[in-house]
Ligand binder design. Structure first.
Ligand code: 15L
Length: 278
């Protein structure tokens, strides 16, 4: 059991990759869980879990998910680079529907799955603190920047508390060179979400979603301390193995924090307006 025990939490995106990791772990922590699986019909994992389905652009689906919830953990949406119209529907239109639902149901706090890709065009040589400027690496990253600002706005205008978790690479283990900087282990992910649910916060806060990686691109000291997040996992435990492998990224993607996302539909330097064509 944890300090989050007994809190009524709605989890959107419960049928997704991160949702699947979180469901049993939030239940183990004593949370009373309502899991929204989008189009996927989920089977409750225990008596402490109820399940819903539906497209979150539909206010009735949002109502089913948020009925009785104190906190929403919003993991639903497009989670990879996709064409802008699709990202707008799933990550902007649906997010606003969810926040409006949070107002209707007097949800106290929304935990938003932001992403490192809202900052992906920063150089790998930069170490970003929590106030670093957004530099999205595509439509997906841009939607996460918008989502963070939406969280800030719903706190400022409507008093809904917010935590934006800028998720790095949430994987069972790091498998490639970039992950030595971006990995978020599942134990740390769970701790981060539980702290985001239960910690007292001053309204709206952002935090980097990363483990305790010595090669991290992000300085999480202040933000993590603010919610009492103390990561216990480190990508460095796999460094020897990973450094012996080839880096799968192309030469440009290796230089930018967002990795492979940064060179999707990318204009090379020598083809940009005003640049000499080589
Ligand atoms: C993300 O935000 C994505 O959802 C995930 O698929 C990974 O690409 C991850 O970031 C990452 O940067 O490794």
């Amino acid at each position: 059991m944890s300090e989050a025990a007994g809190i009524r939490v709605a989890l959107s995106g419960a049928g997704g990759q991160i949702g699947a990791v979180l469901r049993p772990r939030l239940l183990d922590a004593g949370i009373v869980l309502r899991s929204g699986g989008g189009p996927t019909a989920l089977t409750p994992l225990s008596e402490a879990e109820t399940v819903t389905t539906g497209d979150l652009r539909d206010p009735e689906a949002v109502d089913r998910l948020l009925e009785g919830a104190e906190v929403l953990v919003h993991m639903a949406g497009t989670s990879v680079e996709r064409p802008m119209p699709e990202v707008i529907e799933n990550n902007l239109v649906a997010l606003q529907a969810v926040y409006e639902g949070a107002r209707r149901h007097a949800v106290r706090r929304v935990i938003f799955a932001s992403s490192n890709h809202a900052f992906g065009m920063h150089s790998v040589n930069d170490r970003l603190d929590i106030d670093a400027p957004f530099r999205p690496d595509g439509a997906y990253g841009l939607s996460k920047a918008w989502g963070e600002l939406m969280g800030q706005m719903y706190w400022d205008r409507h008093g809904i508390e917010g935590v934006a978790i800028r998720i790095g690479s949430a994987l069972p283990r790091p498998t490639e060179f970039r992950h030595l900087s971006t990995w978020l282990g599942h134990d740390d992910l769970t701790q981060l979400v539980l702290r985001s649910i239960a910690a007292p916060i001053p309204g709206y806060v952002a935090v980097w979603g990363a483990s305790n990686n010595p090669r991290s691109y992000w300085d999480n000291s202040a933000a993590a301390a603010a919610i009492g997040y103390r990561p216990t996992q480190s990508a460095e435990d796999w460094a020897e193995e990973i450094l012996g492998q080839e880096n799968p990224l192309d030469p440009v993607a290796r230089t930018l924090q967002g990795g492979s996302f940064t060179t999707i539909d990318y204009t090379p330097q020598d083809q940009r307006p005003g640049r000499a064509k080589g």
